[in-house]
Design a protein around this ligand. Structure first.
Ligand code: SF4
Length: 150
């Protein structure tokens, strides 16, 4: 039985700067403690002020909410302005794209993600170690959650 993941020999991805993952469609950019720390520090804001200004709480389960960046009325990320304006401190979710667990879980999921992203299956070869490093890092840096507010 072959227990190697389909990406055992790596996967190709290079960002083409098409920006489709940063804008156009509604979505969530979740933040970990580490993300919040780097972003708040960049803006010289405390956590509370940064969350009030740039974030929103998204219902996750009936009793839990997750912290995400806001988006504009046209669904662009709040930090999109022709380019990512926080690129050097962008969240891990952005850094690790497209090596997310639900994208690399199967060849089918990987191909499906490629329908929206011209960078998938093109360009730089990313090793299995690098891909699994992102997955590990996302497990180690969970998204910030709180009790849902009634
Ligand atoms: S933080 Fe930057 S890279 Fe991440 S979704 Fe927003 S604009 Fe895109």
């Amino acid at each position: 039985m072959n227990d190697q993941p389909f990406y055992a020999n790596g996967l190709r991805f290079s960002c083409t700067r098409c920006s489709s993952c940063c804008r156009h469609e509604s979505g969530f950019v979740y933040l970990s403690e580490n993300d919040l720390s780097r972003l708040a520090n960049e803006f010289k804001m405390d956590y509370t002020a940064f969350i009030e200004t740039w974030c929103r709480w998204i219902p996750f389960t009936q009793s839990r909410e997750r912290l995400s960046l806001k988006e504009k009325s046209n669904f662009d990320c709040i930090f999109w302005n022709d380019v990512c304006t926080v690129y050097n401190v962008r969240p891990l979710q952005c850094i690790s794209f497209p090596f997310w667990d639900h994208v690399i879980c199967s060849p089918k999921a990987w191909k499906a993600a490629g329908e929206d992203c011209p960078g998938i299956d093109n360009g730089e070869l990313h090793s299995r170690e690098k891909i699994e490093g992102f997955i590990r890092q996302m497990e180690e840096e969970p998204v910030i959650e709180r009790e849902a507010r009634k």
